[in-house]
Write a new protein. Structure first.
Length: 319
């Protein structure tokens, strides 16, 4: 009687787990097994099953949780079979303690009561399988050990992948925040849900709020600030290239790059801010969002205009 067996079907649909012997997750061809069982009759029967399977040479026996923990501290095990009713532990306490202290071992819970709720809780607490002692045979024991080793291996693989995903996420967030170009993430309602440090600094200079605001209000565009309706409600909003670009990407889910835009941003200088706007659809935290990059080209365009005026003066002087 094993639980979650279907989770380990092979690519050909077979429910047969890999052989216990000569497995990468076993030691020297056989798994090191520790049985923690205080009932002499049950302990003797389990050892007989292991002997029939040829696994008794790599198996040890302890009668209490404390003795089992000491044995594991002295010599690790690949598989732990633990009774849920020990003299110094009852219920799922042993499963929790062993899983926390020895997470590299495949844990199989043993009980004399057929209780599906307890079986489910045991799996949730860290056991790889659950066996009803009255139903244990050499075949079911071998199958449980096989599946438990395979399930533990799969669990460790998933955990490593999740750790890598978490690390990649941290790296991406660090890159996002350190980018010198202001970057905003908008939700499908076109409100700001994330901003990098450069964008927050721009908003701070303009004495504006960022999160939860529409992009015009977040940037303190005067067309948005001076209208009670906010961004999109002012008389000049219909001709706003920034708003039009965001709405276009929102509508067709296709990125736009380096769109020129002039915004009357409240920076105290009285000058219009020249931007190159890039907007791309992204999927963040399972939600469809928009990434908006704003490259401030005001000084660059002003320098271009100065160079152009100087060239005109030079051409006039030589004519």
């Amino acid at each position: 009687m094993t639980i979650l067996r279907a989770a380990f079907q092979g690519q050909n649909g077979s429910t047969e787990p890999p052989s216990i012997r000569n497995n990468p997750e076993t030691t020297q061809g056989l798994p090191r097994i520790l049985v923690i069982e205080d009932n002499p009759g049950d302990a003797r029967l389990l050892m007989e099953h292991l002997r029939e399977l040829g696994l008794d040479q790599s198996a040890r026996m302890e009668q209490t949780l404390s003795a089992g923990r000491a044995a594991l501290a002295a010599e690790p095990a690949d598989v732990i079979l633990v009774d849920l009713g020990l003299p110094d532990s009852s219920g799922l306490h042993a499963v929790r303690m062993l899983h926390a202290a020895f997470p590299e071992a495949a844990l199989i819970a043993l009980t004399g009561q057929a209780d599906l709720d307890v079986a489910t809780q045991a799996i949730q607490e860290g056991a790889q399988d659950f066996l009803l002692k009255d139903s244990v045979t050499p075949e079911t024991l071998e199958r449980s050990i096989r599946f438990s080793l395979q399930r533990l291996k799969l669990t460790r693989t998933i955990e490593r992948q999740l750790e890598q995903i978490t690390e990649n996420r941290r790296s991406l967030e660090a890159i996002f925040d350190a980018a010198p170009v202001p970057m905003l993430v908008l939700d499908r309602e076109l409100a700001v849900v994330k901003a990098n440090s450069a964008a927050t600094a721009e908003a701070d200079r303009a004495r504006g709020e960022t999160y939860g605001q529409t992009i015009g209000n977040a940037l303190c565009c005067l067309n948005a600030v001076n209208d009670d309706g906010g961004c999109g409600a002012g008389p000049n909003c219909e001709s706003c290239a920034l708003r039009a670009t965001v709405q276009a990407v929102h509508a067709d889910n296709r990125r736009r790059s380096s769109v020129p835009c002039e915004l009357p941003i409240d920076t105290g200088t009285g000058r219009t801010t020249s931007l190159l706007v890039s907007v791309a659809p992204i999927n963040a935290d399972g939600a469809s969002n928009l990434l908006v990059c704003l490259q401030n080209m005001t000084e660059f365009f002003a320098a271009e205009r100065r160079v152009e005026r100087l060239n005109r003066l030079l051409r006039t002087a030589y004519e």
